[in-house]
Structure formats: C-alpha cells, structure tokens
Design a protein around this ligand. Structure first.
Ligand code: DOR
Ligand code: ZN
Length: 352
C-alpha cells in the first residue's frame, strides 16, 4: 500500500450550464475516484466567465453540487479589466487563450500586454496567468514577459519545440512554469486512426519524438494536468466532434503504471500532482487528507466503469497497475473499494 496526499488537478473543464455535459456533481465524483481531492475549473463556459456576476453564479452552483474541493479561474479578452479587482479573491489565476480553442477566446499581443499589466497590478504580482500557447506564439510571450514579468503557467505543453522554448525561458530567469497532459504522455498521433474522434483534442496528439522528449525532460515539467473535457459520446460521434478528452480517472493509474515500469518515481507523482500545483497556484492545505493506493492491483480501464458523465476515455482497454482504494478528505472517507461515499460534510469552494 502507498499513501499519497490528496491529488490536485489544476486544469479541468466542467460545464454546469450545459445539461448533457459533465457537471460539478459528476465531474467531482470522477475526480475523487481518480484520487483527486482538489480541482481548479477553467472559465471557457458559454457564456465565458469574464464578469463577477457569472463567476458568482458558477461558484453558487458549485457550492451545491461539488463533492471535492474546487476553485476557479477567471477569463479575459481584454475588455473586462475593470472586473479584475472585484474577483481577485475568488480565483486562483487568469486563463488566456493565444490559440483558437473551445469557446472562441483568442487575444493579440496588444491586448495581452494590457491584460498582463493590469492583472499584475491588481494581484501584486502573485496570482498566475495561465496561457494556452501552442506553436509559434512564444516570441510574443517572451516580449510580454519582458515588459511585465508576471508568474505565467503554460498549460498542456505537447511538443519538443515548445518545451525547449520553455526550458530556455526558465533558464533565463523568466517566471514561467508548465504543465503536460496525460494524453500527450501516453498517446501519440499514430493512435488517432484507432481513436477517431475520441483522439481529437487541443493541443492534438503529437509524434513519438515529441512524447519521448517530454518524458526525458520530466524534471522541467511542473505539473501534470488532465485538461479533463466534458463532452459526451454522442457529441464525439457527431459530424463536428468537439475537442477534448476526459482524464480525471485515468491520470493516476497511468502514472502508477509508469512508476511500476520505473519511468517515474513516487516522488515525481507527488511533485507533479500535488506539490507543483499547490505551490504554483498558492492553494490551501487540506488537513487530514490523503489517498491510499494498492500498487499491485492490475486491471483494465473500461468506459463503463467510469464515474464521469462522459462514460468514455481514450484509454479504454489500457491495462494498468495501481489502483486508488481509499480517499480521505478532512478526516472523512469519501471513496472506498470503488464506491463514492456520501457524507454530510460539504466540499469547500476555494477562495481567499
Ligand atoms: O481539447 C480541448 N478542450 N482543449 C482545450 O483547451 C479546451 C477543452 C474544452 O474546453 O473542451
Ligand atoms: Zn484546457
């Protein structure tokens, strides 16, 4: 048996306004079953979380349904700078999209500079800005960071080229951290043929060379983040499948399997899935919170066994080694032997 601290996933997309997609109840159950006791939810809802009213409505909703602790990010297209001071104690960071993704956010360099200056001033240089920054936008990021050296977390790095640029920025003293998704560590572009729409996500699956580079440079990666997306099978099978894959229940078993093959250590898992996110986003401590793992249980990941409302995973059929057997949050068992245990105590909505 291995005991780990409750894991933290700082990058999930739940969609409480859409009746068919993953919501706070199903999404947080999936988190718990996957060994996570704390998650941070992204702002690319429809409508996007760019005003205090929308953020407050989301928080109110989550406070009724969330089963594990949950915190939020704010969004911006550069036209809501006056909202920043109102929401600053309610969020853990600001998420910006420099490439097109679900929700249609995208911003240019001029807006980016203005947003950085304002966010830096309002947060006293503390709460990170998260960037969806694929491919060729790194020169722009470097220029913006030179003007305003605000803590910046690059989400879901997937290529050798991107990671090389991030390593170089880190070595040059820029306040930059990065996260990698499990699907980029355990799937490659040649899996696309088999996966069809279930392998479509942003950033897309990359080459074997990219994947090997991520593994070889795991010491430069600060966080493993699932980018858990909320889309149903029907939506994925439709003519226009949305991007994204669920990941909350499969990340830890995949990492434990990698540990059983000596690709990573237990300390790497703690750093990437607990300490890293906790320090980067200044998250609160969860006292008496831990997960127990039987590292010897071998099983097959199956769509039908998942708690997520999506009921599918790109890892369906994967044989893994290592299973969460118990999750304890603030002294109370909330998951044991494959079952969520309903408790009277409420999950915490995280804010300062
Ligand atoms: O594949 C993705 N889906 N990538 C993102 O960045 C957003 C996410 C979503 O919100 O569905
Ligand atoms: Zn995302």
């Amino acid at each position: 048996m291995i005991r780990l601290p409750g894991l933290i996933d700082p990058h999930v997309h739940l969609r409480y306004l859409d009746p068919v997609k993953e919501d706070f109840s199903t999404g947080t159950n999936a988190a718990i079953a996957g060994g996570y006791t704390m998650i941070l939810d992204m702002p690319n809802n429809n409508p996007p979380i760019t005003t205090i009213e929308r953020l407050q409505a989301k928080i109110n909703h989550a406070s009724q349904y969330a089963r594990c602790d949950i915190g939020f990010y704010f969004g911006s297209l550069g036209d809501n700078l006056d909202e920043f001071h109102k929401i600053i104690n309610l969020v853990y960071g600001l998420k910006l999209y420099l490439n097109v993704t679900t929700g249609g956010y995208i911003i240019d360099e001029k807006s980016l500079n203005i947003i950085y200056k304002k966010w830096n001033e309002v947060t006293n240089g503390k709460k990170p800005i998260l960037l969806h920054a694929e491919e060729d936008v790194f020169e722009m990021v470097e220029r913006v960071l030179k003007a305003t050296p605000h803590p910046t977390h690059i989400v879901h790095v997937s290529t050798e080229e991107e990671l090389i640029k991030i390593i170089s920025l880190k070595k040059n003293g820029f306040p930059i951290t990065c996260g990698v998704c499990p699907h980029h560590l355990f799937l490659k572009n040649d899996d696309l043929q088999k996966l069809g729409p279930y392998g479509i996500m942003k950033p897309s699956l990359k080459t074997k060379t990219d994947q090997e580079f991520l593994w070889e440079n795991i010491q430069y990666i600060d966080i493993i983040e699932s980018d858990h997306a909320p889309h149903t099978k029907e939506q994925k099978e439709s003519e226009n499948p949305p991007s994204g894959v669920p990941g909350l229940e499969t990340t830890l078993p995949l990492l434990l399997t990698a540990m059983s093959k000596n690709k990573i250590t237990k300390d790497d898992i703690i750093r990437l899935c607990h300490t890293g996110p906790k320090e980067i986003f200044h998250l609160p401590i969860q006292p008496y919170t831990y997960i127990d793992i039987d590292e010897n249980i071998e099983y097959e990941i199956k769509n039908e066994n998942l708690f997520t409302k999506c009921k599918w995973t790109p890892f369906n059929g994967f044989k893994v080694k290592g299973k969460v057997v118990k999750v304890v949050l603030r002294g109370e068992t909330i998951f044991e032997n494959g079952k969520i245990i309903d408790t009277q105590k409420k999950a915490h909505i995280l804010h300062e």
